[in-house]
Write a protein that binds this ligand. Structure first.
Ligand code: 3MF
Ligand code: MG
Length: 344
């Protein structure tokens, strides 16, 4: 039995297109995905704004809210909750150059419009969390944007969001690269520094994705620890990543089981979840898989989280304390390896 509640985004079940090839699996409807998520053990849903309200650019602000209310009713009927809403600021023609840091003022205004509508949708869905994955807030060509001005623009945009709704909390999900070459806010350390310069730092925190930390050359469990030490870890996207490659979103723990163990250990040791935080997954099915296998990576990741969670709970703290006192770190290392290999 897990102590945690789990969340997932509809984009985690997808048709398998990548940068070099088209879809390989048929589409599954949104309602069908949500029902299946519930069946396999998720209670929270992560939404992009237009997952929640398709074609929102065509709708008035009132229409957007009323569509969101209809979705809330469906979620209630299914026994599901909205974990967060995130504006999808990387698909539209107006966000080619980024959203909040675009060089075009009209495009920046559009990005802010989407962020405010995302707040409206979150409120209708009963969530106080807005997630910003700053997909294109950086450069492909270093000299194409003034980095300091860009960060001022980002801060101004976030201040507008904070002022728009006094309850909303903003979770920045940093990623060092992809689709851009270099991000202006690449790690959670940057997020927390940046949060301090906003109008209400107490409402700006972080969502840490394991693979994004690996892409920055950092250890995800320590990135989580950094946020936990500041009371700022408000969301996680557990997954895995084989070193410095394209963003892989592999099932949790399949590349680095010791890191996966330490991620869950730091979360459990420091009470993650006690303020309603979800264990979110952000995993992709391999492109080789058939439509019948569309959910296997999610089921596998959930099972891996639970198996590792039980290892963390069996971790012999007294024994390790003794080894720490004796500075016998080889013994700690071997103890952890035996625990993970089923010999303890
Ligand atoms: C990209 C991501 C994103 C975010 C999502 C919610 C598409 O690497 O991780 O997934 O998680 O936009 O913020
Ligand atoms: Mg993510």
């Amino acid at each position: 039995m897990s102590m945690f509640k789990f969340s997932v985004g509809p984009w985690n079940v997808h048709e398998g297109a990548d940068a070099f090839g088209p879809e390989v699996r048929s589409s599954i409807s949104f309602d069908q995905k949500l029902r299946k998520f519930k069946e396999i053990g998720f209670t929270g849903i992560q939404f992009h704004d237009d997952d929640a309200v398709p074609d929102m650019n065509e709708l008035s602000e009132d229409q957007i809210k009323s569509r969101a209310r209809e979705l809330k009713q469906f979620l209630d009927e299914q026994g599901l909750e909205a974990e967060f809403v995130a504006p999808r600021l990387w698909m539209d023609a107006r966000t080619i150059d980024g959203g909040f840091t675009s060089n075009s003022s009209a495009d920046r205004e559009f990005a802010i419009w989407r962020a405010l509508r995302s707040i409206d949708i979150a409120k209708e869905l009963g969530s106080d969390r807005l997630v910003l994955w700053l997909a294109r807030e950086g450069t492909l060509c270093s000299e194409s944007k003034d980095p300091v001005l860009s960060l001022h623009r980002l801060r101004e945009a976030i201040n507008i969001m904070l002022a728009y709704d006094p309850q909303i909390r903003i979770l920045i999900e940093p990623k060092p690269n992809e689709p851009i070459d270099r991000s202006f806010v690449p790690t959670v350390g940057h997020v927390l520094g940046f949060a301090n310069g906003t109008q209400d730092p107490s409402r700006v925190g972080a969502l840490l994705e394991s693979a994004h930390a690996v892409l920055a050359g950092l250890e995800p469990s320590l990135e989580m620890a950094f946020c936990l030490a500041h009371g700022k870890l408000w969301g996680v996207h557990l997954n895995d990543q084989n070193g410095l490659r394209y963003d892989q979103d592999k099932s949790f723990g399949v590349e680095n089981i010791r890191s996966a163990f330490n991620q869950l250990k730091v979360l459990i040791d420091h009470g993650y979840g006690s303020n309603g935080e979800y264990i979110g997954l952000d995993v992709k099915a391999m492109r080789t898989q058939s439509a019948a296998m569309s959910y296997a990576h999610l089921e596998n990741s959930l099972r891996i989280v639970k198996l590792i969670e039980s290892k963390v709970r069996r971790f012999d703290k007294d024994l390790v304390l003794k080894y720490q006192d004796a500075r016998n770190y080889e013994a700690i290392e071997m103890y952890v390896m035996e625990l993970l290999l089923g010999e303890q």
